[in-house]
Design a protein around this ligand. Sequence first.
Ligand SMILES: [Zn+2]
Length: 261
Amino acid sequence: MARVKGPLIRRSSLVGAAAVIIVALGPISPAASIQSEAGSAYMKPVLIEGKAFPVLLPIDGRWLNWRDTYGAPRMRFEGGVWRQTGRHQGIDIYAERGSPVVSIVPGTVENAGWTFYSGWRVGVRGDDGRYYFYAHLLRSLAPGAVVGARVSAGQALGHLGSSGYGPEGTSEEFPPHLHFGLQERTGSWANPQQMLQELYATTVARLEDTRRRIDEAGLRAEVLRSRAYLPGAPPPDALVSAVNGALAERDSLRSSIAWES
Ligand SMILES: [Zn+2]
């Protein structure tokens, strides 16, 4: 974590106190970040009425990408013709490979492991009685993703990947995404789009707000530093302390939203 150290300004005794020689400051390095498998820092889950959006957002990255494809026909090319093999029983959320995938609700892990179409997947029976299904994960499921284990909302289940559509180990048959499915208590699949959109909108709003405050603190540090170059600059110690204060605020804001797996 970068801090401005040492003298900000050196007064040269040779040319008198009025002559101020600016000593170059080191560059402000990026705030310390929590590294994921994919090399990005992610925002920790935001709980909204006890629920969390299932894919963590990269703090510095672009937002996620998906459309409502629930119920869309699923086609397969067989014997020289396209055949409809079923309908899409979920929503695909596209994101960076390795993005942490977390449980939307508190519940109990009902299944975890490989299936032909889902690849590495975890199914959670929510305390609300509904079934929450997370598919195409990377091989390394989270330690808590074992059958019978309790999970809380926002608890890690694994990482977003592109496993499935073949025998164990198959991957790269499609771009990395989370297939999320939701079953009602009756056992019928339901469209989770509205729930996902609401969770996503609130999570993004929280992240945007925090990012704005992080940027403001960083900008404040730069403005303070620039004052060292102006006539009537505050005493060096006071300036260093003010710059460090702004940097500390920026770093603390950042770590307050950073995911630690
Ligand atoms: Zn899907």
